[in-house]
Design a protein around this ligand. Sequence first.
Ligand SMILES: Cc1cc2nc3c(=O)[nH]c(=O)nc-3n(C[C@H](O)[C@H](O)[C@H](O)COP(=O)(O)OP(=O)(O)OC[C@H]3O[C@@H](n4cnc5c(N)ncnc54)[C@H](O)[C@@H]3O)c2cc1C
Length: 288
Amino acid sequence: MRDASRSAAAAGLRPWRTHTVRVREILAEVEGVATYDLAFRDESAGAAYRFAPGQFNMLYLPGAGECAISISEDRATSAGYRHTVRVAGNVTKTLTGLRPGDTLGLRGPFGTSWPITDCIGRDVVLVAGGIGLAPLRPAIGSLMRNARQFGRRHLLYGARSPESLLYWRQYEEWSQAGIRVHTTVDRADSRWTGHVGVATLLLERLDAIDARNAVLMCCGPEVMMRFTIAAALNRGFAPDRIWVSLERNMQCGVGLCGHCQMGGEFVCRDGPVFRYDRVAPFLDVEAF
Ligand SMILES: Cc1cc2nc3c(=O)[nH]c(=O)nc-3n(C[C@H](O)[C@H](O)[C@H](O)COP(=O)(O)OP(=O)(O)OC[C@H]3O[C@@H](n4cnc5c(N)ncnc54)[C@H](O)[C@@H]3O)c2cc1C
């Protein structure tokens, strides 16, 4: 049984309705990445808007287009809705020209969510690569707030270099809340005293974990997720307790246009968060 929120369409919301949102604040994160804190212009629409960790919105910039962006922080820690964006193409580049007070369009929320209720009573391992930490950050918030419900909680995070570690200012706060934060970088500099190598190595070395009873959630480049899944299976994680968030070229967000279709699954409607055993044929993981 999947622990996934229903899509906006299935929940009877109006998936084509574009809300006008205002940029409240723009936080520079790492090179080429910024977090946009957005507030609904219509306060009643903002108050009614609900989402679950792992879901995404379609952000619309007139003249540039629309693209899928995960919600990267929840309302418990921010009065707005945060989206962490890496410049990729037309829409994300145009976003960088916005300033606080400017407006844009937002449709959503869409997609499935991280299986937080499955984590109750179990150890939890979050594995993120690069900007893949953004969709996991609301899950970190949930795991922090209800700490006693969960077992040991680990975040394994890999970035290209020390300067590209996302949300580094929050690691201390997460650690204080009992989430053990393990970081690694592909390329170290002279000041870096931590791990060097891919996040998969952190998973192989992790000892304080009951793998057979643990939940693993993973988001990052697809090659990194494939290696992570192989390492997790090798360590004894159950295939039905491994969850991944997949990215595919997405247009409508509600399972109609077919751009993000993988076999019988639509990433926008049936994902982006999938239980690994449902999408295993598309990920083609090779065991070590
Ligand atoms: C569910 C979901 C959640 C996402 N969350 C975030 C997020 O939180 N932050 C963020 O920065 N980005 C996120 N993305 C990725 C973002 O939607 C794409 O980068 C998007 O295409 C950017 O739009 P654009 O017009 O700027 O670039 P485009 O002009 O659409 O694309 C630029 C280049 O990237 C390629 N591309 C487009 N989409 C993808 C993709 N999904 N995977 C790999 N390559 C792609 C294109 O082929 C093109 O070469 C998410 C995508 C999905 C499906």
